[in-house]
Ligand binder design. Structure first.
Ligand SMILES: [Zn+2]
Length: 102
């Protein structure tokens, strides 16, 4: 179940994406050092800096672990996912659903 705070952040992230402030630049799969597959998203954000900042979101399907390189995640990532992770999760979910339904 999503918490209220998470929903607020999801909304903010999606609004940012809709405004072009946060966007997925690329997505790739790689092999992590432990041998598991990891999915990596490169995300460009202009929300806090007009010059823009690039963050990387990583996901390991084997462990269900999500990570982001942004300061927000370093501070609160263990409690609530940051907007970059939420954006990657939405994109990932769309891909999973497309794969399931053709
Ligand atoms: Zn982040």
């Amino acid at each position: 179940m999503l918490q209220e705070a998470t929903l607020k952040r999801l909304e903010k992230g999606l609004l940012g994406a809709a405004n072009g402030l946060i966007k997925i630049v690329s997505r790739m799969t790689a092999k992590a050092p432990d041998g598991n597959t990891a999915i990596l998203w490169e995300i460009f954000s202009r929300q806090s800096n007009p010059q823009g900042t690039t963050y990387f979101v990583g996901y390991k399907p084997a462990t269900g672990e999500w990570r982001c390189t942004c300061p927000d995640f370093q501070k609160r990532g263990h409690k609530t996912p940051c907007k970059h992770i939420l954006l990657a999760q939405v994109e990932h979910q769309q891909r999973v659903e497309e794969a399931q339904h053709g």
